[in-house]
Design a protein around this ligand. Structure first.
Ligand code: C2E
Ligand code: CA
Ligand code: CA
Length: 717
């Protein structure tokens, strides 16, 4: 068949051809390009018309221009034969391209012509090299990788294992190759593995945790990842990696344990308790959901720590937790919340009465004294009890209610159990609300101060009308805009809890000192000689407390000698040395220090002896029967002992003339109480002091007989 290269048929065929085609024409060794198709122009990055007319050699990379190009003297065309050559050609931009050129002589009438088919060459040798290099890289990577790598066929015989795989199972490669690796699996992992491999064979990548049983008997935890591979001639199989996660799992277990347990007692902690309660709450079945939670708090544990030291305190907690564990049922969960707070979760108890019984029994069982370091320690616990009901949707809510019940138990006196009820919740949210309002009231200066006179007992016996007033006690008042007056017993406690007491106390102190200055101006020598201000332990524990008091004295101009600070016994117990240091600093400012509510705490007279104190205020509970049941040994003893320690005694809460008479008999020098005056606003104090002075003068003028007779008159009246 004769083919004319200029024929339209050829051109239209060749133009559409995806291989690069060139037609060259000419005699000699270097024919010229007479036609190219689009594929050729694209391959060489020329426009087609640029190539036409160029000698074929133009395209060949010149050994002179690029020293690296191989010299190539071989002809590309032959008059009669098909020739195939490898050429390095140059694109228009100078970049080389390696081609296979196949020339075919074209039979035509005119000059000799050839059709050349140019194919960019894949360099087999180079590809081979690269493949080999890649394989080597993979092999050394795989061999040294700290991860087990294996291939196996679908029959599960091992085709390849790396060193780490051998290390994981504890066998040599030659012992492993060709054998089945299922034998190394923990029996429980066999079925899941077989199922997983089924999925791999179906084409999926699979990841699963496995346990390998090493030849030395140890168990090794691995994370296995298996992917399907198909090898020509060898069929389907797996490529797998095994990551040793034994240490990671052990570490995770330790971390989880630590995160969920209390380090001192080893008991589950708050988090674990919350998680367990959450799990129970999620149960749909009411029986599965029934749970009681007991929230325990050791009474006065602080005293144990303070008096025996923290290491002994820790041992008390350990002993207590053991006792608690011994007292509960097997499936109850005992948790420690930190500090002296514990919780017992009782599954299956859905009835409040039963829960209360359990709590009461527990309270009794844990309340026997413990012996720690040879010292007998009484540990009583208060218990708040809550039974999970429909109102609880989260563990936090259960805990909150148990906490509220605990608060009630403590408020009812120590060593008690209290069952949570709706009323408690209402009171708790009320407290919360009130605490917030109190904070605002303190900031906005809405609190006022009233004053109660402290009088000399003999003078009051003449007439308990404020005569013989030696000082006044400043007492804080809060008139709530909607609720009316709120008792200081309530709001002082709240302020101590939310920290507002610091500002509150300072504000009362400032007001009282300022008022003293006003009285001094107004009343002269009739003014009270001193004002007593109550100080909360929270205030005293602040490092800047003494400085802030000194600052108030400076600001108001009141001498320290006209100020007494009253502190309750609990301050002494918590940290006697710190208290003593603070007292000494206060006294160096001339301030007197009084122990308030004496007899209600646990301080001993022996402790008082070591502290720099001035006054003792006997709590009014000791005065209740005074003068009625005749002798009261306690008041008498306190007055006598206080006197021997150089302390002045003040009897608080004197309500009857009989009590006053009895106090005089016992030698108590000072008294305070409703009999003489309720706490009153400052103007009323002024009026009372003026009137008392006038009356005294009038009495003196009329030479009224002495007090004793006046008492007799009143008692008989
Ligand atoms: P307290 O320091 O023991 O104050 C004496 C309390 O006894 C006052 O109660 C007073 O009104 C009351 N009282 C006085 N005489 C009699 C009496 O003859 N019979 C009876 N039944 N009660 C009498 P008040 O004012 O309700 O204060 C209660 C407590 O609140 C105070 O006890 C004190 O601990 C605390 N408090 C009051 N104001 C302040 C303050 O400014 N700061 C601090 N930290 N606590 C304060
Ligand atoms: Ca007081
Ligand atoms: Ca008191």
């Amino acid at each position: 068949m004769e083919l004319n290269p200029s024929a339209t048929v050829f051109r239209s065929w060749a133009a559409a051809e995806t291989d690069a085609l060139v037609v060259v024409t000419g005699t000699g060794l270097d024919p010229r390009i007479s036609w190219v198709n689009r594929a050729c122009a694209e391959l060489l990055a020329y426009a087609p018309q640029e190539l036409v007319g160029l000698p074929l050699s133009t395209l060949r990379r010149s050994p002179l221009r690029r020293g690296s190009a191989p010299p190539d003297g071989q002809p590309i065309v032959d008059p009669v034969r098909t020739v195939e050559r490898t050429l390095v050609c140059e694109r228009r931009d100078g970049s080389p391209v390696r081609l296979t050129a196949r020339s075919l002589p074209v039979v035509s009438g005119g000059e000799p012509s050839w059709v050349l088919r140019l194919q960019p060459e894949t360099d087999h040798a180079r590809v081979q090299d690269e493949l080999y290099a890649a394989h080597e890289r993979f092999r050394s990577l795989s061999e040294r990788a700290p991860i087990g790598i294996f291939t196996s066929e679908s029959g599960l015989r091992l085709g390849y294992v790396n060193d780490w795989f051998c290390h994981l199972v504890g066998a040599r490669a030659d012992q492993l190759l060709g054998t089945d690796w299922m034998g190394f699996l923990h029996p429980d992992d066999l079925l899941p593995t077989q199922q997983a491999l089924g999925r791999v064979l179906a084409g999926a990548d699979v990841e699963l945790p496995l346990r390998l049983q090493r030849t030395d008997g140890e168990t090794c935890h691995v994370q296995a990842r298996v992917v399907p591979v198909t090898t020509d001639g060898r069929g389907a199989g797996f490529l797998g990696t095994l990551e040793d996660v034994t240490q990671r799992l052990a570490w995770e277990r330790t971390m989880t344990h630590q995160a969920l347990h209390d380090p001192l007692t080893g008991l589950p902690n708050r988090r674990q308790l919350l998680e367990t309660i959450t799990a129970r709450l999620s149960a749909a079945d009411p029986e599965q959901r029934a749970t009681a939670l007991l929230f325990l708090d050791l009474d006065d544990f602080k005293h144990v720590n303070d008096s025996l030291g923290h290491p002994a305190g820790d041992r008390v907690l350990e002993a207590f937790s053991e006792r608690l564990l011994g007292a509960v049922r097997g499936h109850d969960l005992v948790a420690r919340f930190g500090g002296d707070e514990f919780a017992v979760m009782c599954p299956g108890i859905g009835d409040p009465a039963t829960a209360e019984d359990v709590a009461e029994r527990l309270r009794q069982q844990v309340s026997d004294p413990l012996v720690v370091d040879g010292v007998e320690v009484t540990v009583a616990a208060s218990i708040g009890v809550v039974v999970v009901d429909r109102t609880h949707s989260t563990a936090e809510q259960v805990l909150r209610d148990a906490d509220i019940a605990l608060y009630q138990a403590k408020a009812a006196g120590k060593g008690q159990c209290a069952l949570f009820d709706e009323e408690h919740r209402r009171q708790a949210s009320e407290r919360l609300l009130l605490a917030g309002e109190l904070k605002r009231a303190v900031q906005e200066d809405q609190l006022t101060v009233v004053y109660q006179p402290v009088v000399s007992v003999p003078a009051a016996l003449v007439r308990a009308d404020g005569r013989g007033t030696v000082s006044v006690e400043a007492l804080c008042r809060w008139e709530h805009p909607e609720r009316g007056p709120v008792s200081p017993e309530v709001f002082v406690g709240l302020a101590e809890q939310n920290g507002a007491i610091v500002d509150l106390g300072l504000s009362v102190l400032r007001t009282a000192c300022r008022q003293m200055m006003l009285w001094r101006d107004e009343l002269g020598e009739l003014a009270p000689a001193a004002v007593s201000v109550n100080v909360s332990p929270v205030q005293l524990h602040r490092p800047d407390f003494v400085d802030s008091v000194a600052q108030v004295l400076v600001d108001t101009g009141l001498p320290g000698s006209a100020l007494t600070l009253e502190l309750t016994e609990s301050v002494l117990m918590a940290d006697p040395e710190a208290a003593a240091a603070a007292f000494r600093s206060l006294r160096s400012l001339g301030i007197r220090v009084a122990i308030d509510d004496f007899g209600t705490g646990y301080s001993s007279l022996a402790l008082l002896r070591t502290l720099p104190l001035d006054q003792l205020k006997i709590d009014r509970s000791f005065l209740r029967d005074l003068g009625r049941a005749g002798d009261d040994p306690i008041v008498g003893a306190v007055v006598a002992l206080a006197g021997s320690l150089g302390l002045v005694t003040i009897a608080e809460g004197v309500e009857t003339i009989e009590q006053l008479a009895e106090l005089e008999r016992l030698g108590c020098p000072l008294a305070q109480g409703f009999l003489i005056s309720r706490p009153v606003p400052p103007e009323q104090v002024s009026r009372m002091l003026r009137a008392a002075a006038l009356a005294e003068r009038a009495d003196l003028g009329a030479l009224i007989p002495t007090g004793r007779r006046s008492v007799e008159r009143r008692v008989s009246a």
